[in-house]
Ligand binder design. Structure first.
Ligand SMILES: [Zn+2]
Length: 316
């Protein structure tokens, strides 16, 4: 499905990147070099990325800072017509205040919630986490967890408990448990029970790149198939991994073309409520430039504000 912009662009078809950390205005880089939304566009120029999930991470006990971060990522979503779709954050330890902020960002256009047990320093089994997940579910938001902890060996089971405690919650386990990926086999076992809703998705960021082309690649691919290819999400973890490398890693795992299309686009579109592949863009009404809506994330819309090849407003 070649598209304008180069021979290799679109080699893999349309893509949704379910995990990025674009550097927001006045924020420090997380990995040394600058990694602004514009950098993301540059680095993905060979890919047909239609949408990318933009994450922020809420600190504990600092609601003004949490609100600032959430407002910045919501603004990025607006300034890019939803191409960077906002994934906001709260800290479960902030209890009632976290729920108030969650309600606010849900009303303001957040597409999902991000929680990070390592960075935010909480235990997945903490009842406060369940409360936040239940509230996000009530507000229609999937909850994306960083899903690899070198410090909590029981964490994979805690995610299962959480999914059972809030059965309507749509959970994303980012990084497929890293080197603990064989623990994902539990989802194949759970799927044998009629009460299990299969409401857990697996984001392949970092882990696919780590294990592709190595001695564990076949085991990873085998385990992921047991989870179900309809529950796998392509994700890059930009800037910690290069999106092009991440796509190649996933593509190297032996999935069929149809399965790969699901992993690269369809599963995320369904989960996050984004336009389906090959259909008219449903997000046109939200786009500042409907005429550009069928284009990929790095393609220049002709707006009256700018003839720049990058459709992202600075400081937005
Ligand atoms: Zn990340």
């Amino acid at each position: 499905m070649p598209r304008a912009g180069g021979r290799t662009r679109g080699r893999w078809g349309p893509i949704i990147d379910a995990h990025t950390h674009p550097q927001l205005p006045q924020e420090a880089p997380i990995a040394g070099a600058s990694h602004t939304p514009e950098e993301y566009v540059r680095t993905t120029s060979g890919l047909d990325i239609r949408f990318a999930a933009a994450f922020v991470m809420a600190p504990r006990g600092d609601l003004p800072r949490t609100r600032t971060l959430n407002d910045k990522v919501l603004a990025l979503g607006r300034s890019t017509g939803g191409r960077f779709f906002p994934v906001c954050s709260v800290h479960p330890g902030d209890r009632a205040k976290a729920l108030i902020e969650l309600d606010r960002v849900a009303a303001a256009g957040a597409r999902a919630l991000k929680l990070h047990p390592n960075t935010q320093d909480f235990d997945v089994a903490d009842p406060a986490v369940r409360t936040v997940v239940a509230r996000a579910t009530k507000r229609g938001l999937p909850v994306i967890f960083d899903g690899y902890s070198p410090f909590d060996a029981n964490q994979p089971g805690k995610f299962v408990r959480l999914a059972m405690a809030v059965p309507d919650a749509r959970l994303v386990v980012a990084h497929a448990h890293g080197p603990q990926f064989p623990a994902l086999i539990v989802y194949e076992i759970l799927a044998r029970y009629p009460w299990w809703g299969r409401n857990v998705w697996i984001d392949l960021s970092a882990t696919a790149s780590l294990f592709a082309h190595g001695p564990f690649a076949d085991q990873l691919a085998w385990t992921l198939r047991k989870v179900g290819t309809d529950r796998l999400l392509f994700a890059s973890d930009f800037p910690l991994d290069a999106p092009a490398k991440a796509v190649q890693a996933v593509a190297s795992l032996g999935f069929s073309r149809a399965e790969l299309a699901s992993i690269l686009y369809d599963n995320a579109a369904q989960l996050f409520g984004l336009p389906r592949r090959g259909t008219a863009r449903k997000g046109v009404a939200e786009s500042p430039n409907p005429a550009s809506d069928r284009r990929s994330i790095g393609t220049a819309p002709r707006t009256r504000r700018s003839a720049s090849p990058i459709p992202f407003a600075k400081g937005g």
